[in-house]
Write a protein of this length. Structure first.
Length: 182
C-alpha cells in the first residue's frame, strides 16, 4: 500500500497476504482525491472512512491534513493493520479507529463529518441501499461530501444531492453533497 500525497506521501507499507479487502487502486485513489480536493478543504476537516479495508483512504485523509479521521473496519486483520500503520506514522492522535460493522455504525452515529468515503465490498448483500442510508443519516452536515465507490452495475444519480460520477478503469465513484436532515 502506498500513500500518494501529503505529509506521509510516498510511504509504502506491506499489506498482509491474509487481508480479504479489495483495495482501491493507486490510480483511482489519486484521481478521486484530486476531485475531492477541489470540493473539500481537507485542512482541519473531519473525515469518515467506512469499510476501511487496508486503510489506504484513511491514511490519504490523514496525510492531506484532516484534523480527525474515523475509520470503521469489521475484520480483525484489516483493523490491526490500520492500527499498526497509524502507530508507525505516529498518527494515532488524529485517528479514531472503530472495529465494527459499518452498516451498524451508519444509523447509530451521532458525529457529523465534512467528508464521508464508503467503499463497501461489491458483493455485500444490500449494497445498493448503502448510499441512501448514508445520505439519510445524522452524519451529514451542511456541505458534507459523500463519496461511494462501486462497480459499474450501479447508478446512484437519482439519489438526493448527487453531484457527479467518476470512473477510473473498472472503479466507479458517485459523489453527493446532500442537504442535512432537519
Amino acid at each position: 500500500m502506498r500513500i500518494i500525497r501529503g505529509k506521509y506521501g510516498r510511504r509504502r507499507f506491506d499489506v498482509p497476504t491474509n487481508i480479504s479487502a479489495r483495495p482501491t487502486t493507486d490510480f483511482a485513489r489519486e484521481n478521486i482525491f484530486n476531485v475531492m480536493e477541489n470540493i473539500v478543504d481537507f485542512e482541519d476537516a473531519e473525515a469518515l472512512d467506512l469499510f476501511a479495508g487496508t486503510g489506504a483512504i484513511t491514511f490519504e485523509f490523514l496525510s492531506r491534513g484532516c484534523k480527525t479521521v474515523t475509520s470503521v473496519e469489521k475484520a480483525a486483520t484489516q483493523y490491526n493493520f490500520i492500527r499498526k500503520v497509524a502507530q508507525q506514522l505516529n498518527a494515532t492522535d488524529s485517528l479514531r479507529l472503530i472495529r465494527g460493522d459499518a452498516l451498524r455504525y451508519i444509523p447509530s452515529a451521532t458525529a457529523q463529518y465534512d467528508v464521508i468515503f464508503a467503499d463497501p465490498p461489491y458483493d455485500l448483500p444490500g449494497f445498493g441501499e448503502i448510499p441512501a442510508m448514508i445520505l439519510g443519516s445524522e452524519m451529514i452536515r451542511k456541505g458534507t461530501l459523500v463519496v461511494v465507490e462501486h462497480s459499474r452495475k450501479f447508478d446512484f444519480s437519482g439519489l438526493p444531492g448527487f453531484i457527479g460520477h467518476r470512473a477510473y478503469g473498472s472503479v466507479n465513484f458517485s459523489l453527493f453533497i446532500p442537504q442535512p436532515a432537519d
